[in-house]
Design a protein around this ligand. Structure first.
Ligand SMILES: [Zn+2]
Length: 130
């Protein structure tokens, strides 16, 4: 647990800094507006719409992807996954896609992410509210 906590601290320091190495995949994701900030009941949360899977993100801190779990938090091979880098850069540039959700929609998205690894509700809402 301490080991993982140190990984998270390194992620925060790296993503708060000015020397971000921005992978091409992160740039593409920003361009395609796949970093999504949702607001629900006065709070906001971040999702990343991937090609096959979607992820829940806590800016500068946490992503639900396997790369984050293994290579960032556990093995500490990298300070961040490309989703977290994309989120940080998109937030700084104001290039985040914003979406207002009802509480039911938000819970549907969370359940789908947990059960299926991707959210059809999120994808439908993105198409509807373009
Ligand atoms: Zn990730």
């Amino acid at each position: 647990m301490l080991h993982e906590a140190q990984g998270y601290a390194r992620t925060l320091t790296y993503l708060s800094g000015d020397n971000l190495d921005i992978p091409p995949r992160s740039k593409a994701a920003i361009h395609e507006k796949r970093v999504i900030r949702v607001s629900v009941g006065g709070r906001s949360f971040t999702f990343f719409k991937g090609r096959d899977r979607d992820y829940f993100i806590v800016r500068r801190f946490f992503c639900t992807c396997k790369d984050f779990e293994f290579n960032v938090a556990l093995r500490r091979r990298r300070p961040a996954c490309y989703h977290l880098v994309a989120t940080e850069v998109a937030e700084r540039k104001g290039a985040v896609k914003e979406l207002r959700l009802s509480t039911d929609e938000f819970y549907d998205i969370i359940y789908e992410l947990i059960l299926d690894g991707k959210s059809n509700t999120l994808r439908k809402l993105l198409l509807k509210r373009r």
